[in-house]
Design a protein around this ligand. Structure first.
Ligand code: ATP
Ligand code: MG
Length: 687
């Protein structure tokens, strides 16, 4: 237990009841969780009886790694996962109580939008469907079902959405499918309504730890309460100043409720920041200052004053990207040895802001990766393959059926599929189920029918084989066989004009298969899919795919500059951080906006400004040694460029104007760096 201060030790050693660690950024909250896992095992609690809940799969992977560093192999048995992954496991084990087969499908956002459009008769535009999705998701996060939403509806608009929600619920249960919100809502209903299930989970889990507690929503809190029961052995760690998911239903009420719901709650505060220099920490404290406080907090650092925080004034986005690249090169040139690329992060508010930085980094030949951006699993080719897997798992999954049967297209036309769909609806069957209905030949001509039946048979056969394929090697062989069988590579080349694009897509497919195989081999497990087993069947691996959003492990050790949204940067740290787009209207986001309907729900401007401020605070506190904040004199507004001002948050950082303006030596550093690069290039050509 070395490397912990007194308050941290206190939090780690208190294992008999509820414990809340409430403390600012970089004060070692996450470190408390990993050490407490080790401590609990030391006191005799079996590793599989410990659950540590993190906010992302990536954070889970990192935590597992750190715990392994402390306690070795036993860490593998600890249930380290997100709320959603825990939900999958609970629903798989006990969902039958709610009428769900263990082989249910997990729908992704696109599936949900598609189904909602369908529920409304198919004539709805995408934006409206997304809006419904958002509203329904919000209701679900409050623990409402359609009936409750209908009862609570304030006006006709809400009533109509509640009716769509009702149809949506019916569809999901017909498809034996759940959406992301169900992965929290269903376990909660299981625990609340079914004492035998509740007792089982409460007996299993000896201690539950939750990181980033401030970003839990109301249903997650309920779930936690039911999981820990009367004994209330849990540890929550969080920081009210870093709550940045209000727009997704997270609520600070969960923090306020905790001492009321658990009067015996031990509250522990940490005050020393081990991450950032004093200059950076001071700026962070100034920015968060104006926000109302849940409790008084002081945060100090002993890492010294450090470099002043810099403000970089830029003309436009391209200029901003150039300056960021110059800064990175300058900082590298100024140190000996130069810091590795992975020590640098460029953070911004929204994904689309990455582009100019990507261009500038590529031009300068600097390796980089975009995290929290378009996910691997959003690519068409990966979705195609996943549709097949989903269909193996759950034959009733109609959205998956439609995608799988058309990719690749197997000579089955729209008319045939349309007729099948109609027939299935009439007979209250899923499309797959309808394939084997004795009356189907009456409505579908022979040629189309043969194609359909062949597809159906192949799915059955694949499902059977996938169930019995265990371990990495067999999984790899299986996937290779199957892809050859359906001629998927050819399908990609047929569908793409550019061979280069097709080749890139095919290489994604291969990477994906490799990734599946590794999971089947038990090398990687970030889903809590099963109770610890060395290997998994391919079918088990396939079921949890929808949950994973990035292939993160492989990227972790690569030496690359990180581009990330502020939201995705939560909990992480880098020696050198550039916060980009700190322009009024972007951060804070334009608050008096009247364009999007989204504004309607969160119309409390003051509350939104507070959340924006917390976002800025999260950004600043990612930096360990140097921090630069850049803004642009022009920003995009719709399709236009408009004049812009530095964000109010820059003034709020209260920087010393004499030192905060961009380092005058930068140009010199830049020249030196360029010279060094040229010398290197020359040396390379010589040898
Ligand atoms: P955030 O609020 O951003 O999630 P956090 O409170 O979870 O931050 P950690 O990530 O646990 O903070 O710790 C921040 C850094 O400080 C890490 O590099 C960690 O290793 C280090 N650290 C934490 N506690 C100590 C300690 N007692 N002694 C030395 N270093 C520490
Ligand atoms: Mg943390």
């Amino acid at each position: 237990m070395s490397g912990l201060n007194l308050a941290q030790l206190q939090a780690v050693h208190y294992t008999d009841g509820p414990c809340l660690v409430l403390a600012g950024a970089g004060s070692g909250k996450t470190r408390v969780i990993t050490h407490k896992i080790a401590r609990l095992i030391e006191t005799g609690l079996a590793p599989r009886r410990i659950a540590a809940i993190t906010f992302t799969n990536k954070a889970a992977a990192e935590m597992r790694e750190r715990a392994a560093g402390l306690i070795g192999r036993q860490a593998k048995e600890v249930l380290v996962c997100t709320f959603h992954a825990l939900g999958v496991r609970m629903v798989r084990e006990d969902g039958h109580v709610l009428g769900l087969k263990p082989s249910f499908s997990i729908l992704d956002q696109d599936d949900v939008t598609g189904i909602l459009k369908d529920c409304a008769g198919g004539t709805t535009d995408l934006a409206t469907a997304r809006q419904w999705q958002w509203t329904i998701s919000n209701w679900k996060n409050q623990g409402w079902d359609a009936r409750k939403a209908l009862a609570m509806a304030q006006d006709d608009h809400e009533r109509s959405i509640a009716l769509i929600m009702q149809r949506y619920e019916e569809r999901l249960s017909a498809y034996q499918s759940v959406d992301f919100d169900d992965l929290i809502g269903m376990p909660m209903r299981l625990l609340r309504g079914h004492p035998e299930v509740r007792e089982k989970w409460q007996r299993l889990l000896g201690h539950v730890l939750v990181d980033e507690y401030q970003d839990t929503n109301a249903t997650q809190y309920e779930l936690l309460k039911f999981l820990v029961g009367e004994r209330a052995r849990f540890t929550a760690v969080g920081d009210d100043d870093q709550s940045i998911y209000g727009w997704r239903g997270a609520t600070l009420d969960n923090l306020k409720k905790l001492p009321l719901d658990f009067p015996q709650l031990q509250v522990i505060k940490l005050e020393q920041n081990y991450r950032s220099t004093s200059a950076i920490l001071r700026a962070a404290n100034h920015v968060i200052g104006p926000n109302p406080k849940l409790f008084p907090k002081t945060l100090f650092s002993e890492l010294g004053e450090g470099e002043p925080v810099r403000v970089v004034d830029c003309d436009n986005e391209e200029h901003e990207a150039e300056r960021a690249v110059a800064r990175i090169q300058g900082l590298r040139a100024a140190a000996n040895p130069p810091p590795a690329w992975k020590n640098f992060a460029i953070l911004y508010r929204a994904n689309h802001q990455a582009k100019p930085f990507e261009k500038a980094l590529r031009k300068a030949n600097i390796p980089y990766k975009v995290s929290g951006g378009t996910s691997f699993f959003d690519r068409a080719e990966i979705k195609d393959l996943c549709a097949w897997f989903r269909l193996w798992i759950n034959n009733d999954d109609d959205p998956a059926f439609l995608r799988a049967i058309t990719s690749p297209r197997r000579g089955i036309g729209h008319t045939t599929l349309g007729a099948l769909g109609e027939f299935a609806t009439q007979h209250k069957q899923s499309m797959f189920g309808a394939l084997f209905n004795a009356m189907l030949p009456a409505v579908i001509p022979k040629r189309g029918l043969e194609g359909l039946l062949e597809f159906g048979r192949s799915i059955n056969e694949l499902e059977h084989r996938a169930r019995h394929t265990h371990g990495a090697e067999d999984a790899r062989a299986f996937l290779a066989d199957w892809l050859k069988d359906i001629a998927y590579e050819q399908h990609l080349y047929d569908g793409e004009d550019s061979e280069k694009v097709a080749a890139a897509r095919w290489s994604n497919v291969l990477e994906f298969c490799d990734w599946m195989a590794q999971r089947a081999g038990g090398q990687i497990d970030d889903t809590a899919a099963t109770t610890v087993a060395p290997t998994k069947s391919l079918l088990e691996v396939a079921q949890t795919i929808a949950l994973l959003s990035t292939i993160s492990e492989r990227e972790q050790d690569q030496d690359m500059v990180v581009l990330s949204t502020l939201h995705a940067s939560k909990g992480l740290e880098w020696p050198h951080v550039i916060l980009a787009g700190v322009t009024e209207g972007m951060l804070p986001f334009k608050l008096d906006d009247d364009e999007g309907r989204q504004q309607k729900v969160s119309d409390d401007v003051a509350a939104r400004l507070q959340e924006e401020r917390r976002l800025m605070y999260v950004g600043i506190t990612r930096a360990q040694r140097t921090l630069a904040v850049s803004w642009t004199k022009k920003r995009k507004k719709g399709r236009e460029m408009v004049a812009a001002q530095p964000s109010r948050f820059i003034a709020e950082m209260k920087l010393d104007t004499a030192t905060s303006r961009e380092d005058p030596r930068e140009k010199l550093r830049q020249l030196r760096a360029e010279f060094a690069r040229k010398a290197q290039a020359a040396a390379n050509t010589d040898s």
